[in-house]
Design a protein around this ligand. Sequence first.
Ligand code: GRF
Length: 196
Amino acid sequence: MLVSGAGTNLQALLDASADPSYGVDVVAVGADREAVEGLARAERAGIPTFVRKVRDHPSRDEWDRELTAAVRKHDPDLVVLAGFMKLTGPAFLAEFGGRCVNTHPALSPAFPGMSGPADALAYGVKVTGATLFVVDEGVDTGPIVEQTVVRVEDDDDVASLHERIKVAERAMLVECVGRMAREGFTITDRKVRFGQ
Ligand code: GRF
């Protein structure tokens, strides 16, 4: 898994994977910055961690290659980006494309990018939510695995809305990553389906 921040999505997967019947082993957690709570959560669970910061590399492409190599060492079947705030590059996609998922706190294709909850609130939509998708070269544009809907309340601010989205987002992530691991999945004409 790759994280950049609090790692509550990571924690939800760690908690679920404590039950062997869930069928998921988190083999490593990487980050693009040091000292984030997501890394601390992994360390407390005894899971190997690594950090690859963009600014430690001469170019974005070099960082992308280094990140790819760091992930490759752990030989994952599926890479989960959970609050990972960097766009992965061509080397990463060449290796993990089609088996890397990300969550976005909005209902794609609405409100892509870094401020999904704020953009939904500013637009005045009555429902928003979260999207789990297979990563491609775009920003939150990949084939959709699942979406979950959250109502916008009259008294919401960005923090309260994002917090409610995150509750639904974590449940969706746990449910879908478990199914992807146990059942497999296919992608045909952008349609993601569970099963072989
Ligand atoms: C999630 O809402 C994710 O979709 C967004 O940032 C949040 C990360 O939360 N990009 P956490 O680090 O898993 O708690």
